[in-house]
Design a protein around this ligand. Sequence first.
Ligand code: PLP
Length: 439
Amino acid sequence: MTHQNRTRSSELYEEALQHIVGGVNSPSRSFKAVGGGAPVFMKRAQGAYFWDVDGNQYVDYLAAYGPIITGHAHPHVTEAITRAAQNGTLYGAPTELEIQLARMLKEAIPSMDKVRFVNSGTEAVMTTIRVARAYTKRNKIIKFAGCYHGHSDLVLVAAGSGPSTLGIPDSAGIPASIAQEVITVPFNDLDSLKLALERWGDDIAAVMVEPIVGNFGMVMPAEGFLEGLCEMTRANGSLVIYDEVISAFRFHYGSTQTFRAFPNQAAIEPDLTALGKVIGGGLPIGAYGGRKHVMEQVAPLGPAYQAGTMAGNPASISAGIACLEVLQGEGVYPRMEELAIRLTAGIEEGAKRYGVPLTINRISGAFSTHFCDHPVTNYEEAQDTDTEAFAAFFRHMLDQGFYLAPSKYEAWFLTTEHTETDIDRTIEAAHESFRRMTK
Ligand code: PLP
């Protein structure tokens, strides 16, 4: 089995540290959570593979934290981007393309009567909160521990000491006065949500949730959780916001709101939805939308201001349309799911053979590996896992040419471009990694 030479990556990291804070443009790309050292500097990607600056090849399970669901440089997406570039990349005036993508989103996500495009998931989420506040004329939001909603001030706030305690900032630079507008409760815990609503009810503009969690591993809502959440929130006169930046178009063509695991679809529709990642086909994008009467709060129709120089740019929109067109293909999602079933079964078998405690949460073609011997249904359980075992596994996989996200909380994503051969090679490498971890 290979031991890679990554000399050039190390050199570039040293250089990057001189110019770019921490050497990376997003902290999740650093290897801090898996023992530190130089991250791998990539040079090229095609399909399910990466090649780094030292010439090493990797099978990619990161998919750029989700967006690259059709693999890298997919010909249909590439052609759409090329065409857009040739026609001018930014107009600052509306285009027909924006209408086309908005239609596609609305058809797939029935709770979205009206859509607005922005540039990132962070922006989309941030604006849903503003719109909910404008609509309800209330200020506070409730969110769930461990759900990540981008890096705007309000949602970078962690739990207080109990379910109805006000938040404390999760990052320096966030005033306590802002953190006080956020209440964090445990995911999958309706009793805590009820307590928080009882205590702060009149002030709550919205309850914000990742309806299927992708940020402390993949975690499904317990049966009845989303129904209960929607019911209680609405009874309180607050809005429900679904952050579907990861979940939309990841598990099937649509969002959690129509995912087949939930028979009672109408009851789990939110008032506002935030989108990003997959809907841009690998270019920067975000979108938010919801019921007409709520969305009419947004300028130029209403008093809630939101704007963007780059919003709806033809390249991102074209890439998004092309990506969704690929995902509309026959059998695309079942195939990713089949591969994920095969892969997780193989990994589980390896963990068992070498006696490594492992819980896998798989949803369709995405899954997370938690090094523990208990189920993972909320953030506390996801934290209570073996960080060092994950780091060792990550490094052994990397060494053999398999690129996972460098954090125990991140998911593995299948793409339309992974093959059975990739999967079988990954299983072999996972067995070898477990062997090395236990020898
Ligand atoms: N919401 C969720 C659920 C996310 O996973 C992310 C990013 O990972 C965001 C929002 C923020 O999106 P972006 O990184 O595009 O700003």
